[in-house]
Design a protein around this ligand. Sequence first.
Ligand code: SF4
Ligand code: SF4
Length: 410
Amino acid sequence: MKGERARNGSGAAGPRRATAKPPAEDAPRPAPPDAGAGPSPGAGPGGADGPPGQAPPAPLPAPAETGLEKLLLHPTKLGSLLRWDPERPDPLYPISVELSLTNRCNLNCRYCSDSEVRKWPDFFHIYHLTRLFEDLAGGGTTGVTFEGGGEPLLSELFPEALESCLGHGLSAGLITNGLMLFARHVPEKLVSRLSWVRVSLDAANEAQYRALKGAKGFAKAFENVVRLAKLKRGPAVGVGYVLTNLNDDPRLLRLLAEKLRDAGADYLQIRPVVDHPELESRADLSGTFSGISGPGFRVDLAPLSDNLPEGNLGLPCRAHSITAVICADARIFTCGRLNDRPFFPHIGDLALMSSAPADFGPAWNGKLRKMQNRVLARPSFCSENCPRCRITKYNRLLDDLQRIRTPDFI
Ligand code: SF4
Ligand code: SF4
């Protein structure tokens, strides 16, 4: 499973969904009462809260669990990012980190952009992870996303790692292909303790699933999404969908979204395929999901535009520090998109005790990151090297904020 960090195949926590199924976000509003008609029984003039003759407003749609706005929940980090300069990397720890426990996978997706990473060895021992979680929690990180590399639930370390992560006061999210959810080592009790789970379904039926992922699995993954959504006080449940020219039939997509909403999932996030131009979709999805989103469910199409630009829009990458990538071979990277490029090496190695910093803190505040910060401050470096990347939208926001000429006014 790939992280949404950058690649195909995949985070965000949030409040538990409402259980009742609400009216849809963009459903037609109820017609206003006929002129001259009296108020409905029990309501005041014009209804419960509205002015006379006006229907109550439609409920607002569910917020975006993976949206840009979430940065506002971390004002200290935002302030630090705005003070950033090329010689001084943001010293605050990442808000959350993307942690791979294994590079192995039980699928073989055509669009997998971690195919190089999947050749790397697994290394972690629970000892390294416990140390890591202690360090992250002490440094101010609030969340850990278990993701790819490969499929996190293939790692026998997952239960112990999750316990340790939560035991150190960190919140945990999971990006998975969903096939091994509720397996013996991943029981409901454990899954319920996650803040969120996003299942990378990436298909609207079994035929599409097989064509894209190289194996049967749609029915099982969908069944597990339904089971997740039924958990009492369970995690926020999202479904990830990498849009390609093999799964972009708007009619099937709408049907999938309706099924997910009716099952009680929180959101369907549709993202563009990256690194595989031969699979790019030209489908026009405008209007496809009309009337589906509501207070308990959202179809999030923003990544289809936000994640599209290459070259980081010619901006420096200061927002890299909202997250960090820790691979299953125990190396720490500042960027999950360039971590397979030889010119952009790791900044630390949790497995080594001598030649590179062996703990997160020394790596994060060490000279290798300082050097990379300087490189990432060069717009020309980003223009030439950054592929499509979800961090670009944060860099755009920070750049916009810094160019505002009237900051003292609303
Ligand atoms: S092959 Fe595995 S790691 Fe790659 S996108 Fe598919 S499920 Fe994710
Ligand atoms: S350096 Fe480029 S590719 Fe890496 S996180 Fe920043 S914008 Fe994304």
